[in-house]
Ligand binder design. Structure first.
Ligand SMILES: Cc1cc2nc3c(=O)[nH]c(=O)nc-3n(C[C@H](O)[C@H](O)[C@H](O)COP(=O)(O)OP(=O)(O)OC[C@H]3O[C@@H](n4cnc5c(N)ncnc54)[C@H](O)[C@@H]3O)c2cc1C
Length: 331
């Protein structure tokens, strides 16, 4: 393991970067990657959250738990705090980093299986497309049918954030993850470059937000579908809306149609909210086994919008993390 202490030294080393290691080590154990590890833990200035230009700068090595619990984020970027506090498990969030979450590799079981090859592992086909793709996309944007794995990419896209990468480059989240047409890659960061920080623009005044996910189990699972909604409410009207969805496309998506429909809508127009949420599937082209995600996506988006309107910020996982009530044992 190489332990550089400057960005220059990290860039000149040869190998794969390790942040928290929660994804990298799993792929190494499966034999999907090998070679030298470059631990970013000692590189100066990659950890921490600080205010800048009325926005916020989050170092790439900042832990996900820190993001979820940081006072300014909880208060001013509530959708981000909620999503960060809901993903994976408390243990993963305590170790996993913001940069590692954005740059983690895909979860497709065919990609992670040592005996299959696919676009992402150097092959030229997608075995999931003709095989079991029930967790796959409903927006079929490229050759790979596995959804993008990063919850933070979805929510940071909705917060219109940018990332700074070495080489003095700045990318939007959309540019970082790409448009889904390149089936080989989960992100567009050139090899050898380091993701330095995420920059959040100034917060909205009095934002109301919610994050929701539908998952096979409450903890320790990537979502089947997830959504985040940010609203700016003026009196009894929604003035600004941002809605993002994950689990449904090879990249996280903003749902502009839903946002436009919600803007200038009354906060108590419940059937209007439902009509807006139906637009979440606009343009979707589900695969033979992913049709169930259509209605699910609309419902999760509606639930998220209603959660944001009600100021009811609890995500399903936040509820799931409460101690379960004791159940009598049968017999
Ligand atoms: C059971 C379980 C459930 C999960 N559920 C979710 C979920 O719901 N949503 C979700 O988003 N994630 C989920 N995860 C994934 C988890 O969040 C990621 O594994 C974690 O965020 C990765 O962060 P890390 O710091 O450990 O990354 P690492 O494993 O260290 O790195 C991941 C990749 O990013 C590269 N990298 C890391 N940092 C940098 C950098 N600064 N510059 C350049 N390259 C870098 C590494 O080279 C590596 O290729 C889950 C994981 C588990 C085990």
């Amino acid at each position: 393991v190489i332990r550089p202490d400057t960005l220059e030294a990290a860039r000149s080393a040869s190998g794969e970067y390790r942040a928290g290691g929660t994804d990298l080590q799993a792929r190494r154990r499966l034999g999907l990657t090998g070679g030298e590890t470059i631990d970013l833990g000692a590189v100066a200035d990659l950890v921490g959250i600080r205010s800048q230009d009325e926005g916020l700068r989050v170092g790439s090595m900042t832990r996900i738990t820190t993001l979820a619990t940081h006072e300014i984020i909880v208060e001013r970027y509530p959708g981000l705090a909620l999503a960060a506090g809901s993903l994976a498990t408390p243990q993963i969030r305590a170790v996993g980093t913001v940069g590692g979450n954005l740059l983690q590799r895909n979860r497709c079981p065919y990609f992670r299986h040592p005996t299959f090859t696919c676009h992402k592992s150097g092959g030229s086909s997608c075995p999931a497309r003709d095989g079991d793709h029930r967790h796959g996309v409903i927006f079929d944007l490229g050759p790979c049918v596995s959804p993008h794995p990063s919850t933070l990419a979805m929510v940071l896209m909705v917060y219109e954030s940018t990332v700074e990468v070495t080489g003095a480059r700045r990318l939007s989240i959309g540019e970082l993850v790409g448009d889904g047409r390149d089936g080989r890659r989960d992100h567009q960061l050139p090899g050898g470059e380091v993701l330095v920080a995420v920059d959040l623009p100034p917060a909205w005044e009095g934002e109301s937000a919610a994050y929701r996910r539908a998952a096979g189990r409450l903890l320790a699972e990537w979502p089947i579908v997830e959504a985040v909604c940010r609203l700016e409410i003026e009196g009894s009207v929604i003035r600004r809306a941002r809605v993002g969805v994950g689990g449904v496309a090879p990249v996280p998506l903003r749902r502009f149609g839903v946002e436009q429909a919600l803007e200038n809508m009354a906060v108590d127009d419940r059937s209007g909210h439902a009509r807006a949420a139906e637009l979440a599937t606009e343009g979707a082209t589900p695969l033979p086994l992913t049709g169930h995600k259509m209605r699910l996506l609309q419902n999760v988006v509606l639930d998220t919008v209603r959660g944001a309107l009600a100021g009811d910020a609890l995500s399903e996982l936040a509820v799931g993390e409460r101690p379960l009530p004791a159940r009598p044992i049968p017999g």
